[in-house]
Design a protein around this ligand. Structure first.
Ligand code: CA
Length: 238
């Protein structure tokens, strides 16, 4: 049975979601404050965590960040705000999806099923292929060790990428010399069922460029206007 942790300080909302999840046969643990929620999340293995963004003692972004340092438990952020920046910062701190309050319970249940399904697919894929198989990818002066997800430059300097930045880079390199559309990147990196807007991809490409590009040199990632992005062996202009 899937076990879900709800971290939410609005007690009525927490109780409502708890009852609905129990009705769907989930096992549920509720915490009404951030610190005990974080303790539970680190101590026990949950199938997924529903995490409120605005908590009085320890905010949701900080909780997500601390969980992510040690665990891959899927996190759905529940947020009362609705700006792209908040969504991006939530996702960048390690949340897998977000839902904007007030939400319909059916939508929450659908998101939850989607993250649980995604985790199962990833687990199955790892079992099938041998998760620790090392592959070395090269692109220009970048070297990528896939087993430990380390990216470094020819000079040996490691480049610290988040999981999504890493996935974005390796997806582009896997399709080297071909354009990858924003929709393909969204589907591949955020999952086919996420309903995140494509401008989030632009934000992440910007993060990635800031980390891998060299000052005064053309970007490693070409923008193909109106379509998407690509990496190429040769720059158009030398
Ligand atoms: Ca709250």
């Amino acid at each position: 049975m899937a076990k879900i942790l709800i971290i939410e300080d609005e007690k009525n909302l927490a109780r409502f979601v708890e009852l609905e999840l129990q009705h769907e046969n989930y096992e549920v643990v509720v915490e009404n404050n951030g610190r005990t929620g974080l303790e539970d999340a680190l101590k026990e293995d949950f199938s997924a965590i529903l995490l409120d963004l605005m908590l009085p003692d320890l905010n949701g972004l900080e909780i997500a960040r601390r969980i992510r340092q040690v665990k891959t438990t899927p996190i759905i952020m529940m947020t009362a705000r609705d700006s792209v920046i908040d969504r991006v910062s939530g996702l960048d701190h390690g949340a897998d999806d977000y839902i904007v309050k007030p939400f319909a319970i059916e939508e929450l249940l659908a998101r939850l099923r989607a993250v649980l399904r995604r985790v199962k697919i990833e687990k199955d894929a790892h079992r099938g292929s041998g998760a620790n198989q090392q592959k070395i990818l090269h692109f220009k002066d970048l070297t990528i060790e896939t087993a430990n997800r380390i990216v470094h430059r020819g000079d040996g300097k490691a480049i610290d990428l988040t999981k999504r930045e890493y996935n974005l880079l390796t997806t582009l390199i896997a399709n080297k010399n071909n354009v990858v559309s924003r929709e393909q990147l969204l589907s591949k990196i955020w999952g086919p069922e996420s309903n995140i807007e494509t401008n989030v991809v632009e934000v992440y490409v910007r993060y990635l460029r800031n980390k891998i590009d060299l000052p005064g040199r053309p970007s490693y990632i070409k923008t193909v206007r109106g379509t998407g992005y690509m990496v190429r062996d040769e720059d158009d202009v030398q």
